[in-house]
Design a protein around this ligand. Structure first.
Ligand code: CUA
Length: 326
């Protein structure tokens, strides 16, 4: 082997090694390449489809790469001149049949499996018809607003009874968002002018994290969602008393603070803690309903009660007085 080629080969091997080492670290930092553990029947079905496809693609990867390395070794030039052609191989009917029929069979198996699982992923279980919790999920720049069956509202945190089906009606008040709680199922887009549905049945009493999965503007990454699955009594108490009592704070922290900071001290948006508009319910309502300058119409579609809760909290808790420093 000429020295020049040997050097190139060495360089390639080192580069490959570096990539492999970095890939390991990247995978570990990210929690690995596999999806999160399923805690809802639909999420479990999505995961089985994932592992079936991972199995086939992993197998194909190993076969192709092994053959590649084998052939590179077996059919190397062995000192033949660089412009002389090597041995030529022609038609091998059985091999050609195998590599044509094989992929067709694999794709057919994957398609059959996915179509078999699909109804259990997409359709809410019929048996839950009389016992499900219907919640409307609204995507807003840049928060999630939930409306419960009794009219209660919460922001970013969705409380649901554990072990029961929650049926989601998902819409958007402004631009495209995507609602995604990885442990509880796939992504469902929130699209203006369209209504989508999703469901889950959380199997454990715990908090499930999620994230808006469609780039929707400057604070897209701040659009995190949580599902709090809890015993039925806790859920009833939450929508009966806790959510209404904390609505103003939730609105401030989930909606305004994203840009203006927790205390209104300013962050991406300007400092507003000492702005007298915080004490003027009508002006405040006009701004959150219509937007102002670069600020989106964050309160689009809010009812009077929701606007009033924010005004009360802004005036009573956030406002620092005209001379206050925030
Ligand atoms: Cu909403 Cu990204």
């Amino acid at each position: 082997m000429p020295l020049r080629v040997r050097r190139k080969l060495l360089f390639l091997l080192l580069a490959l090694l570096a990539v492999l080492v970095a890939a390991g670290a990247a995978a570990a930092a990210n929690g690995g390449f596999t999806p999160q553990a399923p805690h809802s029947p639909n999420a479990a079905r999505i995961n089985s489809a994932y592992y079936l496809i991972l199995g086939f693609t992993g197998f194909i990867f190993v076969v192709v790469e092994s053959l590649l390395i084998l052939f590179v070794w077996k059919y190397r030039s062995r000192g033949r001149g660089r412009d002389v052609e090597g041995a030529q191989v022609h038609g091998h009917t059985r091999l050609e049949l195998i590599w044509t029929a094989g992929p067709v069979v694999i794709l057919a198996v994957i398609a059959a499996f996915v179509f078999y699982k699909l109804p259990g992923i997409a359709d809410v279980p019929a048996a839950s018809a009389n016992d499900r919790v219907n919640v409307t999920v609204e995507g807003h720049q840049f928060y999630w607003l939930y409306r419960y069956p009794n009219g209660a509202v919460s922001i970013d945190d969705l409380h649901v009874p554990v072990g029961r089906v929650t049926y989601l009606t998902i819409r958007s008040a402004d631009v495209d968002h995507s609602y995604w709680i990885p442990n509880l199922g796939g992504k469902t887009d929130a699209i203006p002018g369209r209504i989508n549905h999703a469901w889950f049945r959380p199997s454990a009493a715990r908090v499930y994290g999620g994230q808006c999965a469609e780039f929707c503007g400057i604070e897209h990454e701040a659009m995190q969602a949580r599902v709090v699955a809890e015993p039925r009594a806790d859920y009833e108490r939450y929508i009966g008393t806790t959510a209404p009592a904390t609505l103003g704070r939730q609105e401030w922290e989930g909606v305004c603070a994203t840009c203006h900071g927790m205390k209104g001290q300013g962050d991406y948006g300007p400092a507003i803690a000492s702005n007298p508009i915080l004490t003027d319910e009508q002006s405040l309502a006009r701004i959150v309903e219509n937007g102002f300058g670069k600020m989106p119409a964050v309160g689009k579609g809010w009812n009077l009660e929701e606007l009033h809760a924010l005004a009360r909290y802004a005036k009573g808790t956030v406002y620092t007085g005209a001379s206050g420093g925030g």
